[in-house]
Design a protein around this ligand. Structure first.
Ligand code: PEP
Ligand code: MN
Length: 338
């Protein structure tokens, strides 16, 4: 950590900072410039916090010099990590498209959706049994019954299932249903207790980006999971909230190269919740794959007009199949497969 002081501070003020650093068990290095004095605290940075110094007389500011996210950082692991989901790699050369409805509705709907997702060429399926809805009066998901329905439908086509965990009390139930990938939704990206709990198991976790989360906050959220021992984390950008109202959210494609630089973990994109309209999904999906995303989370419903949730943004089965064809071409141009 470095502590910056103005060059006009007294020797007593410098001495107080030095003493605090030493009392915390660190070595000190003082560099006196023409305008500023920079005091370096040398040792394990995790024991230091800028708050310890920022209020001291004469201190302008202090900052960490190593990143606060360690396990998930590219610095700690140079190669790309590939997450194995029942034999399906996420983060390798092969791009994975996870298709399925916003929510689990009925056994018939999920049976049909699973058949269509598999026929389109997707290797994993999505579907929410617990839905985080803005209004408490709208459909909240089928709950535990939905997990059973989903499992049954997906198993017939050997599709691993991706579904959202909202409440830590449901974790055992998710494990009993052998959910293959646990999705942590946007609204829970900083639910630290939930992150800690999924950090203690070894199931892959899709960590969606918070509505207004910075990249750094998102990486720190992933670090919460990783710190517990679970390194099977997949980042998912799903659009962020900005001043723009013409679409549901703004898809931040820029996060793909940035995350690829900052972390070794896979990055996927959800074009459905970004655009919020089915007609926008193909364009956003193409951009995502071209930008280097490792996969997509796409909403597809057997009959979008009748979807119980997010009807406007669901592709129909034909649109999903067409999109898969286009994405295959893009993937190949950039040296990947689909
Ligand atoms: C979802 O994937 O169904 C969902 C609710 O997503 P988000 O958390 O991105 O809103
Ligand atoms: Mn949805």
């Amino acid at each position: 950590m470095i502590i910056i002081m103005s060059k006009d501070v007294s020797e007593d003020q410098i001495g107080a900072v030095v003493k605090k650093i030493q009392d915390l068990g660190h070595e000190v290095n003082i560099s006196r410039g023409t305008k500023r004095i920079v005091i370096g605290a040398i040792g394990d940075e995790s024991k230091l916090d800028p708050e310890l110094f920022d209020t001291m007389p004469g201190v302008e500011y202090s900052m960490h010099i190593v990143k606060q996210y360690k396990i998930v950082s590219r610095e700690s692991h140079r190669q790309d990590s590939v997450i194995d989901v029942r034999g399906i790699p996420i983060g390798g050369k092969q791009v994975q498209i996870i298709g399925g409805p916003c929510s689990v509705e009925t056994q018939e709907q999920m049976d049909l959706a699973a058949q269509q997702v598999a026929a389109a060429g997707c290797r994993l399926m999505r579907g929410g049994a617990f839905k985080p809805r803005t209004s408490p009066y709208t459909f909240q998901g089928k709950g535990v019954d939905g997990l059973g329905i989903f499992r049954k439908a997906a198993d017939k086509y050997h599709l691993p299932i991706v579904t959202e965990l909202m409440d830590v009390r449901m974790l055992d139930t998710f494990l009993e249903h052998d959910v293959d990938v646990i999705q942590i939704g946007t609204r829970n990206m900083q639910n630290f207790d939930l992150l800690k709990e999924v950090g203690r198991i070894n199931k892959p976790v899709i960590l969606k980006r918070g509505l207004s989360a910075t990249i750094s906050e998102w990486l720190m959220a992933a670090e919460y999971i990783a710190a517990g021992g679970n390194h099977n984390i997949i980042f998912c950008e799903r659009g962020i909230r900005t001043f723009e109202t013409a679409y549901r959210n703004v898809l931040d494609v820029t996060c793909v190269p940035v995350l690829k630089r900052e972390t070794h973990l896979p990055v996927i994109i959800d074009p459905s919740h970004a655009g919020g309209k089915a007609w926008m999904v193909p364009a956003l999906a193409r951009a995502a794959i071209a930008a280097g995303a490792d996969g997509l989370l796409v909403e597809m419903h057997p009959n979008p007009c009748e979807a119980w949730c997010d009807a406007d943004q669901a592709l129909n089965p034909i649109e999903l199949k067409e999109l898969m064809g286009t994405l295959k071409g893009i993937a190949e141009i950039i040296g990947r497969t689909l």
